[in-house]
Design a protein around this ligand. Sequence first.
Ligand SMILES: Cc1cc2nc3c(=O)[nH]c(=O)nc-3n(C[C@H](O)[C@H](O)[C@H](O)COP(=O)(O)OP(=O)(O)OC[C@H]3O[C@@H](n4cnc5c(N)ncnc54)[C@H](O)[C@@H]3O)c2cc1C
Length: 457
Amino acid sequence: MPDTFSTSLSKSYTTDILVIGSGSAGSVAAIAAASGKYKVTLVERYGFPGGTSTQMLDTFYGFFTPSETPRKIVGGIPDHVVNALNHDGNIFLRPNTYGAGTGVNYNPEKLKQVWDNLLSESGVQTFYHTTLVAVEKADESARAIFFHKGAGFFSITAKRVIDASGDADYCHWAGFEYEKAGEEEPAQSMTTTFRMCNVDLEAFKAAGGKKMLKEKMAEAVDSGRHPLPRKEGSAHEMNQPKCVSTVAVKVTDHDALDVERITAAEKEGRHQAFIFEDFFRVEVPGYQNAKIIGLSHQIGVRETRRVYGEYRLTKEDFMNARHFEDQIFLCGAPIEDHRKSPNGGLETFWQYVPGSGVYGVPYGTIVPKGSKSTWVAGRCFSATHDAHASCRSMAQTMSMGQAAGFAAVQSLENDIGASELDARKLRERLVQEGAVLDIPDVVADITRNGWSNNKTS
Ligand SMILES: Cc1cc2nc3c(=O)[nH]c(=O)nc-3n(C[C@H](O)[C@H](O)[C@H](O)COP(=O)(O)OP(=O)(O)OC[C@H]3O[C@@H](n4cnc5c(N)ncnc54)[C@H](O)[C@@H]3O)c2cc1C
């Protein structure tokens, strides 16, 4: 750690469990960790919780398997999040047998408040506008250095740490090993999402809906009328009336961990978004009077660092729909890889889980190799590029957070290191909370606005 940090530390805090990043993984990790008798501190670089879930998206995927007979394969604290949204009418289900399966569409602005409330009710101490910038000691007891533009540098000493920063910033500073996306296989592209308001959805549907949109995009690209980056992209109805959320922009060949490249990517993402706005207004029935009302808070980054854990999830596990004795959650999401095709085009490659359509994810994927006091949760977990391209939906990142939070509690209770933890005890705790660890026999009842908590106790 540079001397300048130690000499200018304005304050020091201590905590039992420190969670870095309040995305879907980190927020759930903190809530789970606070279920014990320990002090939990959550630190987030932006002024609101949720990470990707509130910065740019509005649909949880991964709760249901994508098939004619969908199964609900995630439960526990992720259910509480959806229940809280549902309470005020802020979700609807988008039944879908293909793609990533049925999605839980939510109001992302309301979700910020839901995360705030769940964190406060759980007693989590939260620091917003605070960025992790260095780690002094990584194991036994960690001393992490943070920066807040008003307070300057300050430290938090913790007995246990959950790195849910997405970029594995803590693991990077602490010296854990990881693979950087793009080093071995092409990194997934980045996307600035945007929302359009005042869309006449009836006129859009009457003119052919999504099928028509796809044809219009292809025509626009082929004719050269609009320089769209690709011929496909999702535009779907939001919780807010007459509003549509769009995941269409594709920015490739940039490194999200390099300050110059991410700056260029942000500019390129905004540039593409307004090309799309022009295309929608000119070419797509129902959009003539629509306008962009918001761009994502930052460009969406699908992968950066993936830590090497006690276990590394692979494409083989996916292809064999493998299950593990120590699995801590399930995944049925397809590989959805946003990358360049061999001819240079920007396409999305899909591949579905064969057989049962569901695989299990073992405990070792959230434990950095040899770790005593650190876990990872969310998109920086231990997986290869392909396996990660399946196991990154938010129902799964929330499930990782849930397991990491309970694991940190059990590790303190039993005074045992992360890699020595008894996964059977962790699984018992997860089941008690309502987590789904085995494929359910029953087909999920997917009805618009229907939701139920599958808590078992
Ligand atoms: C464009 C795009 C579209 C997607 N579409 C869907 C979809 O429709 N449905 C779905 O289920 N999944 C989707 N995904 C995947 C899914 O959203 C992500 O995999 C998931 O949200 C990652 O969650 P996370 O908590 O691991 O990371 P993040 O959501 O990235 O959270 C990390 C948090 O850590 C904070 N942070 C980072 N560094 C620091 C630091 N040094 N100090 C303090 N705080 C820090 C960040 O600000 C952030 O809040 C999409 C992803 C992208 C990028």
